[in-house]
Design a protein. Sequence first.
Length: 352
Amino acid sequence: MLLAIVAGIVVGVAAGATVVVVTQDDSSEARFADTARTVRTNIPLSDYSSHRELTVGSHTAFITDGDGAVRAIDLASGEVSFIKVGSVSSGAAIDPGTGTLYVAANDGGVDKSKVSVISASTKSIQANVAVTSAAEVVAVDSESHTVYVAGVVGPTWDDKTSALSIIDAKTNALTAEIPIEGRVSDMVADPKTHLVYAAIYRGSSTVLTIIDPAAKSATATIPLGTYASGLAFSSKTNTLYATVNEKELLDPAVLYVIDPQGKTVTSKVPLTQTAPDLGVDPSTGDIFIIGGDDKDHAGYLKVYGAAPGDAKGKVTVTPEMKTVGFADTTLDQTTGNVYVLDNSGTLFAIER
C-alpha cells in the first residue's frame, strides 16, 4: 500500500477508485461557495462500483459493495480494511454513541439475509442477526440503540411486500418484524420520539410512512410523488427532508420539507438538478444535497440553511457528470465534514 498526504493527514492508497479531499477557505462569506474550495489530491480506494452506500463514523469511512465486502478507510491512519459480510452488502448505518456499524448483508437469496454487527474501532464482526426479509435499508435510533432494517419479503424480488425488522442493539436480538406494503427506498429514525420515517415505493408512486415501533404499526402516510431517493431528519428543527422526483426519475428533483408531528408537507423547494441523496448537519441544521445539473452536466454539493429557501452556496464536486452519477452522501457528526461517493468509486471529503 502506498501512502499520500491529504490535507495534512496520511491516507492509504489501494487499487481502483479515488478519494478527493476538498477544503474551504475560512475567509469565504458563503460557507460553501464554489470559490472557497480546492481539490488537494486523489487517492484510489477500490475497483467495485455496485450497490454502494457510504457511512462515516469513528474517523472511518465505510463503503458497502456488491461483492459483499465493506471497505473501511481509517481517515486518520490511512489503513484500508476489507470486511467480508456475505455475497452482497447494501445498506448501512452507524450508532455514533457506541461506534457500532450495522450492515445489511445477503448470502445468496432473499431468504438468506442478515445484519452484520461490526465494531468501527476494530473493524471486526461482533455478531450476525438473521432477518426474514432481503435486508436493504438500515437506520439506527442513537438514543434507544435500536436498529431498523427494511427489505422485500421473498420468495422473489418485487416491490409489493416488505418487512421492517427491529433489532435491540444492546443484545443483538431480533425483537419484532412489521409488514410493509411496498419497497423501502430510504429510512431514518427520530431519536427523540423514536418513530421511524420510511419512503416506500409502491409501483408508480411513493409515500412517506410514519411507523411507531412500539405499537408495531404505521400511524400516517404522506404522498411523495413518483419516487423519493433520499430522506434526512433534523433533530435541531424536528424537520424531515426528502428529495423527490414528482414525475420522471431523471427530472430535476424537488426538496420536500415535512413536519412529521403535523404529518404535513410544509413547503416544496424546486431544485435544478437530479438529487439522489441528502444529509443534515446536526449542529447547524444545514441541508446538504448532492446531484447533477442538466445544463452543464456538473456534479454539485448544494447547501441550504435550516430554512430551505436560504441557499448558502454550492461546491463543484466534479465538473463532468455525463457518465458518472453520485451514489451517496453522509456527514461525520463528530467533525462536521461532508463525504460524497460517486458511481465511479470516488470518495470526496469536503471539509469545514
